[in-house]
Ligand binder design. Structure first.
Ligand code: PD2
Ligand code: ZN
Length: 303
């Protein structure tokens, strides 16, 4: 791909004209030009550089780019009958940091993928926190239920052969501390999180590939999303390291995350649609056992 986009019309102007361009409102002509550059395959930083060369103030140009391209993508999505895009949790990874300071703990960034949005974190939980979560969950485990989008209730799901339980949000100082850390890590309000779920897989147990959002075509979904809106993100935290198997798989993109105690995989989905490519599953545990804690994040406060 070329490293310089087509000249913006303003690139032939003088210095004083450029200064005034920086104060200029974003015109339909500029919007059209931005979309043409994107359609020609120029990446956003390349287009931004062309605009800076043409005298645009960097912040004004960056805003114009973001708004124009987002509006354009939303219009295309609407034309194709896709649900509207939602805001999603997102870690602050500008300048590609290897670590995120969450206040009480520095978390490592092991992998960041754009589409689907997947981020793998290291050192999110200490070994003691993992053990304490398992110990608190163990006496409360029962065969896992999943949300039944047909009815809006809960049901035993043959695709999920694990045992599980839910903690209440903030139910203990340990849960509260972990939830505050997650909220800072993902820039998402603590109130929008569902209660933490702990799952236990024995050898042979798995969670077949599925989406975590609620399918808008299912009759129970309207009832489910009355409380907090759609799910928009998932954080799966590994509480132990299984002997063999038990990875989290993303079949659409041939990615598998190895479960390692204290690490976590985050993924977000900005619309309840397969185009997010967030199909994922828990691969069968081959030897040993697997413990995870999952935090699902909703659009709004989950009361
Ligand atoms: O156990 C997993 O790796 C897994 C896989 C898919 C967990 C979930 N989904 C989940 O909790 O939603
Ligand atoms: Zn899932």
């Amino acid at each position: 791909m070329a490293s310089r986009s087509e000249q913006h019309p303003d690139s032939t102007t003088t210095t004083s004209q450029r200064a005034s361009a920086a104060r200029q409102a974003v015109t339909p002509e500029l919007r059209r030009w931005i979309i043409e550059q994107a359609q020609a395959g120029y990446a956003a930083p390349v287009v931004l550089q062309s605009m800076r060369v043409a005298g645009w103030d960097e912040d004004v140009a960056a805003d114009a780019l973001e708004v124009t391209l987002q509006d354009h993508l939303n219009a295309l999505a609407e034309q194709q009958g896709l649900p509207a895009a939602l805001s999603v949790p997102e870690p602050q990874l500008d300048a590609s940091p290897a670590q995120v300071d969450c206040g009480d703990r520095v978390v490592n960034v092991l992998l960041a993928m754009a589409q689907p949005r997947i981020v793998v974190f290291g050192n999110l939980l200490s070994p003691e926190e993992c053990d304490a979560l398992i110990a608190a969950a163990e006496p409360r485990m029962a065969r896992s239920l999943t949300v039944a989008t047909k009815t809006g209730g809960e049901e035993i799901n043959a695709d999920r052969t694990s045992d599980g339980m839910f903690f209440q949000r903030g139910e203990s100082p340990l849960i509260q501390r972990i939830e505050e850390r997650i909220a800072r890590l993902l820039n998402w309000p603590i109130e929008n999180g569902e209660g933490l779920q702990v799952l236990h897989y024995r050898p042979g147990a798995e969670y077949k590939p599925h989406y975590d959002y609620f399918d808008p075509a299912e009759p129970g979904t309207a009832t489910i999303v009355k409380r907090g809106g759609q799910r928009v993100g998932t954080l799966v935290m590994y509480l132990n390291t299984p002997e063999k198997g038990g990875g989290t798989t993303f079949p659409d993109v041939h990615v598998e995350v190895g479960p390692q105690r204290g690490n976590a995989v985050f993924f977000s989905y900005d619309r309840p649609h397969t185009s997010t490519r967030t199909l994922h599953g828990g691969a069968p545990v081959i030897a040993g056992e697997k413990w995870i804690a999952t935090k699902w994040m909703r659009e709004r406060e989950f009361k």
